[in-house]
Design a protein around this ligand. Structure first.
Ligand code: AQP
Length: 344
């Protein structure tokens, strides 16, 4: 049995407009988990600066992510909402983990390969070490559960490897400092659901992402009703009617994606949606999807726009959250120093 009480941590980078993938892959899970768990939801601004950022845009983007959390229904009083750079221990523990993780482990990270592209020599060291900072984000709070989209699975596995290696390498000192059963938990990713990997609306084989040059590839949380409707109508499909069961979706990535989005927005399953729409033409299904997406996302977008006007309120939420996060992180970082043999 784990000696660690259950605690949830997750974060989103302030690197652009939040899209339906971020919402369904992460934020919807945050809203559900706050009912049952102690949760920390972070705006991971130190991750954002692994690639160039314009300072004014970064400041606005940090506030925008916090606004999106709150507008989506994450309660800033019950949960800790904060930005990473206000809690210095994230960077401190990341350095320790840079000394625990192996080059070979990081060399295998597919996200670095995708983001660095062909010009790897010119990528920042921060971009390469991104997963050790992510491991520090989670383990600084000894978090046990991490709600994320499917694309982050490999990074959570790395966080588990780092936790395990730290526990093994310092086993004696960990025990001498009075900790039973290892110092860090092995965090579990929470990935399941019909929209764990929301795909690009123009190409069902590519992930929906903030950085795709085409606005029509994604639905943004800030899109108004007309824009959502236009994007869904233009979404790529195939000429066949919708199938009646899951097997009929194989080899039809665009159909699978739209059905998954509908299921996730409706808090339903792919099977249930196929039962309802099997045999229908895409045009009829798309109209229903537009109605559902506008009903779900419209109020969130409106509340985000309202909150974005009130930067004093957002900043106060982030300051309060950072203070509460530091109260947890400080003692854990001190224990890490004791285990390592650093004098404090
Ligand atoms: N397409 C997606 N489907 C499901 N979940 C997704 N997530 C991202 N894209 C999808 C999840 O959203 C959370 C926050 O992601 P992030 O902003 O920290 O990182 P990211 O994966 O770099 O986001 P993007 O949109 O893909 O940005 P770019 O274009 O810069 O690469 C995470 O839980 C992630 O799994």
């Amino acid at each position: 049995m784990t000696p660690f009480p259950e605690r949830v941590f997750s974060g989103i980078q302030p690197t652009g407009n939040l899209h339906l993938g971020n919402y369904l892959g992460a934020i919807v899970k945050f809203v559900a988990l706050q009912k049952t768990h102690e949760c920390l939801f972070c705006v991971v601004d130190l991750h954002a600066i692994t690639v160039p950022q314009e300072p004014n845009e970064l400041r606005a983007a940090i506030r925008k992510i916090a606004a999106a959390y709150i507008a989506s229904g994450v309660d800033p009083v019950k949960n800790i909402i904060f930005n990473q750079s206000q809690v210095a221990e994230h960077a401190e523990l990341a350095w320790v983990f840079n000394c625990v993780a192996r080059m070979g482990w990081l060399n295998r990270m597919t996200q670095f390969k995708e983001k660095a592209g062909k010009d790897r020599e010119n990528a920042s060291i921060g971009l390469f070490a991104y997963p050790t900072l992510m491991a520090a984000d989670i383990l600084l709070y000894r978090a046990t559960h991490v709600p994320v989209g499917e694309d982050q699975k490999q990074h959570i596995e790395l966080a588990r490897d780092i936790a395990q290696k730290f526990n093994n390498d310092f086993a004696e000192s960990i025990a001498a400092n009075g900790h039973e059963g290892g110092f860090f938990p092995l965090p579990e990713p929470l990935i399941q659901g019909p929209a764990a990997r929301v795909m690009n609306l123009r190409d069902g084989l590519k992930k929906m992402s903030k950085s795709d040059p085409s606005e029509y590839s994604r639905i943004s949380l800030s899109d108004d009703s007309d824009t959502i409707a236009q994007k869904v109508r233009k979404a790529k499909t195939d000429p066949e009617p919708l199938p009646t069961d899951k097997d009929g979706l194989s080899g039809r990535p665009e159909a699978e994606n739209l059905i998954g989005i509908y299921a996730a927005l409706n808090d339903s399953t792919t099977e249930a949606v196929l039962q309802q729409f099997g045999g229908a033409q895409f045009s009829a299904f798309k109209q229903q999807l537009v109605d559902l997406a506008v009903a779900k996302l419209g109020p969130i977008g409106a509340e985000m726009r309202r909150l974005e006007q009130d930067s004093a309120y957002i900043d106060s939420v982030l300051r309060d959250g950072s203070q509460r996060a530091r109260a947890i992180a400080g003692p854990i970082m001190n224990q890490v120093k004791d285990i390592l043999g650093l004098i404090r």
